[in-house]
Design a protein around this ligand. Sequence first.
Ligand SMILES: [Zn+2]
Length: 445
Amino acid sequence: MIRYFRYMTTKNNNGDTMNEVLNYIEYPENVEKYDTSKPPIRQKKLYKNLVYFLSNVFLSVIRAGYTIEKINMEGLKPPYILLSNHMQIMDFCVSFKAVHPYRISNIATLDGYVGMVGIMENLGSICKRKFTTDLSLVRSCRKVLHEYGDVLCMYPEARYSPIGTLSIIPDAVGKLVKSNKVPLVIMVHHGNYLNAPFWDFRQYRKVPFYATMKQVLTAEEVQQKSADEINEIIRKEMEYDEHRWQKENNIRITESFRAEGLHKVLYQCPHCKTESKMNSQGIHLFCEECGKKWEMTELGEMKALEGETEFSHIPDWFEWERTNVRQQILDGTYKFEDDVHVHSLPGVEFIDLGEGKITHDFENGFVLTGHYNGHDYRIQRNPKDMYSLHVEYAYKKLGKIDCFDVSVKDDSFYCIPTKKDVVTKLGFATEEMFKIITEKRASKV
Ligand SMILES: [Zn+2]
């Protein structure tokens, strides 16, 4: 039997009406839920000092050192909005250090604080679920800026960069800046991805960190510009390509493991076009289907050991894969289905929901079905309501496995696929479906 659902009507970023289903799962009574609409508390002074101290400690172990360049920041005091690119956990340390002596409230997600919700709250963080529409977020941001007078920090890519380039910035970010009428500061980190790339973040490469912190709009300029103009400025100022930055700055990564994990993002062979049969070891990436092999050079370029080098610049290879997924969607040949192990996150701890099935296609988006606690459940996210997908590589909290998360307003469903190296492609498919829908809509106007 499938449970009766309660519906809540909300609007997504495009202004479409969505019926969001609440309470999908019949949890036992002892399962605690977390209310993301709870207003944030102001960061405690003790926590501010502690975080600053710890940031200094962590940054001191960056073997190649770090630099923070401040541009147009003289005399600027909070409140202001700080947008930052996102590559790894050390980004937080650089930001705390850069903003000191002022307080930062981060927009955070629950999964970052599993078992540590008290810390998240005392840090003054605003809690959100990834790639969902949450109207209480706007209220919480206003509170941080206008009631507490602090820095509101947001990582608008909403995840670690998979390939060291800028991910999608949703239009809602410009609207949030515009409506708050405070200065806009942008921080761009360099080196953090190269030091611990998302696809192999447990092994550190010796790379210096370099961050720029720039006031790009004063409060007056924010008021004069439209939300669209602000979005354009944000995307231009946040643009980055870590592999290009590495070459331009002649940063040599000599570690013998530098290519390990790269097959998680470069999952398609450009020679035989086979997907999910790539692998990596040491400084090499190779295809287990056709046997072609590439070396990752010290400057982060790919070089075929024999024959043509299809892509020497790693982000070009990544974007080629995206183009192929887009074509499959347009051709009507894109479809993913798999058996998954599901863990939900309704509150502060993961709940094991057991086995489930997931499908993903252009017509229905994600449809997850399973059985838990005596009831069948079915969760669906439509492509038009989801501009990106939260994926994790070697996710420690669920046993160092690759997984992806389909979130709804009051719950998140972490799916561990049976198939190998598929989560990057699912992310491309989610983003391209949303783009295709948005483009079709724009062409009709
Ligand atoms: Zn191949």
